[in-house]
Design a protein around this ligand. Structure first.
Ligand code: GLN
Length: 190
């Protein structure tokens, strides 16, 4: 049986993740309900707007279900807004902004600054052979990590790819490139 990977489909670049995952031979489905989450072996939290995704997750009654899957060691991959949602602590969040948490880190939203809202870089990522083309869009960076967090890549001296057990997060958007190596790294965690 191939793995079934859900992509939280409330807002953001859901289709790009579904395409990246399908290309790697897994079954990828959009998740909007707990019943859909129940059928998943792992979950992707896409890029988009973390405040909107968090609000919708609460409205759709998915927030606590996702927290309990994370607590139960379900593999979860968050990109950009998804990284923010996996952070135990955030800076420059909207008033009262909540996350699902799971990774023992502090993430600063929109950290790379207004004047460079979007930029691209070539990164070296531990566990991935060769340079990775990284697209950053109003991206967060990681400011502090706990002892259980591995830093797999940095940009501007800040972690931008981190892993804690089955949880993986990137500040950038591997789903917008026809690359697949970061998604494969996530799938290697199963
Ligand atoms: N700045 C966005 C947020 O706070 C994230 C941007 C993105 O996912 N490209 O959610």
């Amino acid at each position: 049986m191939p793995l079934t990977i859900g992509v939280l489909a409330l807002q953001g670049d859901v289709r790009e993740h579904l395409t990246s995952l399908t290309a790697l031979g897994v079954t990828a489905i959009g998740v909007r309900r707990v019943a859909e989450l129940d059928g998943c072996d792992g979950l992707v939290l896409p890029g988009g707007e973390s405040t909107t995704i968090a609000k919708l997750a609460r409205i759709f009654d998915l927030d606590d279900a996702i927290r309990s899957r994370i607590a139960g060691q379900m593999p979860v991959f968050g990109t950009c807004a998804g990284m923010i949602l996996l952070a135990d602590r955030i800076r420059d969040g909207a008033a009262g902004q909540e996350t699902f948490g799971g990774i023992d880190m502090t993430v600063r939203r929109n950290a790379f600054g207004r004047q460079v809202d979007s930029f691209e870089d070539e990164l070296s990522v531990t566990g991935v052979a060769g340079p990775v083309h990284a697209v950053f869009i109003r991206a967060p960076w990681v400011e502090e990590t706990g002892p259980g967090v591995e830093v797999l890549a940095t940009a501007s001296d800040h972690p931008v790819v981190v892993r804690q057990g089955p949880l993986l997060a990137t500040s950038f958007h591997p789903e917008v490139d026809d690359d697949g190596r970061l998604h494969r790294l996530f799938l290697e965690g199963f």
